[in-house]
Design a protein around this ligand. Structure first.
Ligand SMILES: [Zn+2]
Length: 335
């Protein structure tokens, strides 16, 4: 609805010469993986890094399924009830690849919460909002075909020519998200500062959508409509720049951790599954909580103390090369 993920146009833009990858949704359904098993698989990734098992109360008090007897907010979230060990997630899990990745995202929050629980209460938070959102996504980047073979979800790795398809699928999520991630708070800050008056709320929204995302509304919009209000985080009063930052940080974390384990191949094939050194660095960062300035937390991962979006370019380099060739002589974009 917000064009924050473009994965649904994959069939239109899929590299036709490239071998198809695999369909995780199909695999999960064929194997009749349950909702709880999906959470257990994600927990298994974290414990492979030397992190603790989730407390018994997590399994008893979390909501994995949409309740049959009442209406609930299904938007996935992770909760730290007592700022100690009472951690829970709330989801209405569907058996598909998107929710598989969302579960890793939410458990990233959960493990961060457990990681900083020994600190004084005021420091029991991430180094900045972006860190909290980036952690689970970093783990998701390690859900590579090789990893899926390791845990028995995939029989064999797809051929190397499938990489382009897999990267395209990933880019339609992660790269297409960046402009959207930026514009939600651009709009909101305009509203809060008064620069955008109430009679322009919807028009201002669509100006940003066109400017950053290059999309227009499918039908004429007026000030009778309030389209930004359809995005959960706007009425929910959840800041949004955190997701923009997280989409940069997760690739940076991934690159730092892959370097830390001595990995030298293409970044998109690196998985930190079972790598203790990667786990040690992640735990060190999480244990710092909010007690140090975020550049120090970033440094704990082993790389720079500055945010650096070049890790995105490194990760998608094979796809970028292919696109450059495909688009040679064309003029792309919008004014
Ligand atoms: Zn989150």
């Amino acid at each position: 609805m917000w064009a924050q993920s473009w994965s649904n146009v994959f069939d239109l833009v899929a590299p036709e010469a490239a071998a198809p990858g695999y369909d995780l949704t199909e695999i999960l359904r064929e194997r009749q993986t349950s909702e709880r098993e999906m959470v257990e698989i994600a927990e298994g990734f974290f414990t492979s890094l030397g992190m603790e098992e989730l407390p018994e109360t997590f399994w008893r008090r979390s909501q994995f399924l949409r309740p049959r007897d009442r209406d609930v907010v299904c938007h996935a979230s992770a909760w730290h009830l007592d700022l100690d060990e009472d951690v829970r997630i709330k989801m209405c899990i569907q058996i598909n690849a998107e929710d598989f990745s969302t579960i890793h995202h939410e458990l990233g929050h959960t493990y961060y919460q457990l990681g900083y629980r020994e600190l004084p209460p005021l420091f029991r938070d991430s180094a900045n909002d972006g860190f909290h959102e980036a952690l689970g996504d970093t783990i998701s980047l390690s859900v590579t075909p090789g990893y899926l073979v390791d845990i028995g979800l995939l029989d064999e790795e797809p051929p190397a020519e499938a990489d382009l398809s897999l990267l395209m699928r990933m880019a339609l999520d992660k790269v297409a998200f960046l402009p959207f991630g930026l514009l939600v708070d651009r709009w909101r800050w305009g509203v809060f500062s008064g620069e955008t008056p109430p009679e322009e709320y919807n028009a201002a929204w669509w100006r940003l959508r066109e400017q950053y995302q290059g999309v227009t509304a499918p039908s004429a919009r007026t000030e009778e409509d309030f389209d930004p209000g359809a995005k959960y985080h706007v009425p929910g009063n959840t800041p949004y720049t955190r997701y923009f930052l997280a989409h940069i940080l997760q690739f940076q974390f991934h690159r730092d951790l892959c370097a830390a384990i001595g990995y030298e191949g293409p970044l998109h094939r690196c998985s930190i599954y079972g790598e203790e050194e990667a786990g040690r660095r992640l735990r060190e960062m999480m244990a710092m909580g909010l007690s140090r300035p975020w550049p120090e937390a970033l440094e704990a991962m082993g790389g720079s103390s500055e945010m650096d979006a070049t890790a995105i370019l490194d990760y998608f380099a094979p796809l970028a090369d292919w696109l450059k060739e495909r688009n040679a002589g064309r003029s792309c974009g919008w004014s």
